[in-house]
Design a protein around this ligand. Sequence first.
Ligand code: DAT
Ligand code: MG
Length: 149
Amino acid sequence: MEQTFIMIKPDGVQRGLIGDIISRFEKKGFYLKGMKFMNVERSFAQQHYADLSDKPFFPGLVEYIISGPVVAMVWEGKDVVLTGRRIIGATRPWEAAPGTIRGDYAVEVGRNVIHGSDSVDNAKKEIALWFPEGLAEWRSDLHPWVYEA
Ligand code: DAT
Ligand code: MG
């Protein structure tokens, strides 16, 4: 079972999409292992997006992420990193398929509603950064109705 870091960005919060987004991951059969509603410091946002620090859009990206509260989450499940990215859709919303979160709700790349880890390695790094206190330990009693083993 993998874990991935998912964050509903400030536009997703402002637009009332928290419930819908959580619902999509929940109904799929993934397990919520951590969740926080929080404002992010500028230096923390810069750390989260450190790999993009040389991009021209980096300053605007950081301002966007600190512009309001976000929902930081860890979701667990089989292939959840890749499947989570598929649920989210392409980075550029005009390339995101209908039925994906960005395909359904976003127009601009700089207002694309949600973040999801892009690899198992980056998921581990992001979970350690956002949830140093650790995660909840549990498994749904419905597990055998979703997973074969
Ligand atoms: P993703 O969020 O799909 O993993 P990414 O890691 O390449 O995409 O970039 C992180 C975020 O930065 C992305 O969600 C939105 C923003 N971004 C990416 N490319 C951009 C661009 N060309 N102009 C403005 N913002 C951009
Ligand atoms: Mg990324």
